[in-house]
Design a protein. Sequence first.
Length: 345
Amino acid sequence: MGKQRKKPEAPLLKVLAGQKQTRPPVWLMRQAGRYLPEYRKLREQKAGFLPLVEDSKAAAEATLQPIHRFGFDAAILFSDILVIPYALGQDLAFVKGEGPKLTPTLVDHNLRLLEKTPNRLNPVYETVRKVAATLSPKTTFLGFSGSPWTVATYMVAGEGSRDQAVTRAMAYRDPQAFSEIIDAIIDQTLDYLSGQIEAGVDAVQLFDSWAGTLSPQQFERWVIDPTARLVSKLREKHPDIPIIGFPKGAASRIKAYIADTKVTAIGLDETIDPYWADQYLPAGFPVQGNLDPLVLLSGGDALDQSITTILDAFSERPHIFNLGHGILPQTPLTHVSQLLEKIRG
Ligand code: CP3
């Protein structure tokens, strides 16, 4: 494919190409999920989350549900960042009330003993083809993966944690073994994102949900460097693919992250002052964010005021409106409507 954008009418792709829009395009992280009654209904019909991801017809439906209800400017593929460990041979279970569990944990089990099973990703590519075939040319289709560091924290500890202590300790204690894990994730993620792009996504987002707990040198080594390698390898195969980086919790380090990873746009979490971001990030560089998911949950005047602040701060820059992190399952649907009315006028 040449330089010509596939969907010249899609506002979100225009923003990613550096063109500011009068009204920013909007989507919400985790928009395909449990705050939607139609999602809960679809989910109930399945034995678990993975069977839903692996049923490409149902996963395509879950991807499209928020588009049909709210007309967001982007559809995000219904899958999960943890399908990469699954494809690398770990077992994956979503335990009710406890979150995801991966076994065996790589803190005490050698990566080389896992048997790779990349075919586990095939249903996801089929989901992409199904969604791409029905989406309007105005709606951007986003693929995604986790960033190597965040995926590694789950592979090493076997579960999520507040401070990623198990993984941060391993990265200091045995950087050699940890590098091998990071490299394996990069290779598998490269195939996964390429597969999504070849099946029809228009842009991709890298979720680095746990980027915020690393010390400065470790941030360079395990967030910036692996992300830069992944971005560069992906661009060798797909030179025109826009890439949104979302290093949650990276604070002022987003400047180095942007400069060194060469992502196309940056996702900002809700702790970042949008006026600071607008002043200190490179002129014209596209940003995405950064409404607090808790103010969307709460609604009222606080919601309106927070939206106004973000719109004002980014009024002179290419901006995609989004949350600073995923929408919370208890969020009232009326608050999402309020948000869209306020942004779209
Ligand atoms: O954004 C979207 O709507 C697309 C789909 C999507 C899911 N997970 C579906 C999902 C995306 C982009 C993700 C990303 C993801 N998954 C991240 C990065 C973003 C973030 O929130 O930090 C992370 C860390 C995960 C790992 C993960 N998956 C956890 C911690 C959980 C369990 C916690 C929970 O919410 O139950 C999941 C499961 C999951 N992934 C659900 C959904 C809709 C809920 C599972 C269910 O319906 O039972």
